[in-house]
Design a protein around this ligand. Structure first.
Ligand code: NAP
Length: 289
């Protein structure tokens, strides 16, 4: 029997933990800060619930998390009621949140001091990738801990790769977010231009998505953008968090991020207009609501 726990059952964590619950001979416990979500998950998938990360860590060989930002991760790991205080020696903590590389290294060092292992394992593939068990996952940390965790991570991913020491997973995710920022703004401008010229949007998307402009965002969100439907997906406020992490990290290597910086400011405008929880493709509304 593999004893494991999952912390954080949001847009991403809920389906990911669902796939993990199908791993052969797993005894899975879930924790969510808002307890009704943990009860809802249990009704759907079975397993056990815990009232705190501390309770969830008890006897767990593996603890997974998908929470929010750096401070949220600190709380569920070594905070007062964090899982690190109850996890048995040698256990592996796998974090799927997007955080700074600095906090990944900080928490990895704390884990080592406590006889535990920590992997920073951010994901890409969005809500749809999580719901289909088709995420792509980039991992930083000790190779031996990675090898132990890999079969479990594969239950909700189509690709998982060890990228290097602690922090390398988060740095790879930053590369991903820098690339996405420009793509979504470009797609916003393209769709707005098409609508302004009264072109048939499904036809436009159908033909150009088979050519050089193709992107995941175009295929999965293009029509939603045209319909101005944004009540799903990857929140504006999460992308702002991620781009600010990228902007901070880029200072260390003097890597210019002009487009990512501009898009971060656009997302700030959306936040101020009450769109903080909307999908990032709501960038199109800055051009025409
Ligand atoms: P979400 O729907 O807002 O869910 C966040 C989850 O974390 C909720 O379960 C929340 O609990 C929990 N949480 C937050 N702060 C906490 C704290 N201090 N203590 C305990 N639990 C806490 O977010 P999401 O979209 O699933 O994203 C989660 C992470 O994955 C973020 O780091 C995000 O950047 C990253 N990510 C998201 C996507 C995406 O497409 N959505 C894609 C890739 C990566 P409550 O239910 O009580 O609020």
């Amino acid at each position: 029997m593999t004893k494991a726990s999952w912390l954080g059952l949001g847009v991403m964590g809920h389906p990911m933990a669902g796939y993990l619950s199908k791993f052969p001979a797993i005894d899975l416990t879930v924790y969510n800060r808002t307890t009704s979500k943990a009860e809802g998950w249990q009704n759907e998938y079975g397993g056990n619930t815990a009232l705190t990360p501390l309770d969830a860590g008890n006897d767990a060989q593996f603890v997974f998390s998908c929470v929010g930002n750096d401070d949220d991760l600190r709380q569920v790991t070594f905070g007062e009621h964090g899982a690190f205080h109850s996890m048995p020696k040698g256990a592996v903590f796998i974090d799927h949140s997007t955080t700074s590389a600095t906090v990944a290294r900080e928490i990895s060092a704390k884990a080592s001091e406590m006889g535990l292992h920590f992997l920073d394992a951010p994901v890409t593939g969005g809500q749809k990738g999580a719901e289909n068990g088709q995420l792509s996952i980039m991992v930083g940390g000790e190779p031996s801990a990675y090898e132990k965790a890999e079969p479990l991570i594969l239950t909700y991913s189509k690709a998982v790769k060890h990228m290097g020491p602690s922090g390398a997973g988060q740095q790879t995710k930053m590369v991903n977010q820098i690339a996405i920022a420009g793509v979504v703004q470009g797609l916003s401008e393209a769709i707005n231009f098409a609508q302004s010229n009264n072109l048939n949007i499904p036809d436009v998307l159908s033909v150009i998505s088979k050519g050089a402009a193709q992107s995941w965002q175009m295929e999965n969100s293009g029509q939603h953008m045209a319909d101005r439907f944004f009540d799903f997906g990857f929140a504006v406020d999460w992308m702002r968090k991620d781009l600010n992490i990228c902007i901070e990290e880029a200072k260390a290597t003097n890597s210019p991020l002009p487009v990512a910086t501009l898009v971060e400011s656009y997302l700030g405008e959306l936040h101020d207009n009450g769109r903080g929880r909307n999908d990032i493709t709501s960038l199109v509304t800055r051009l025409k609501d």
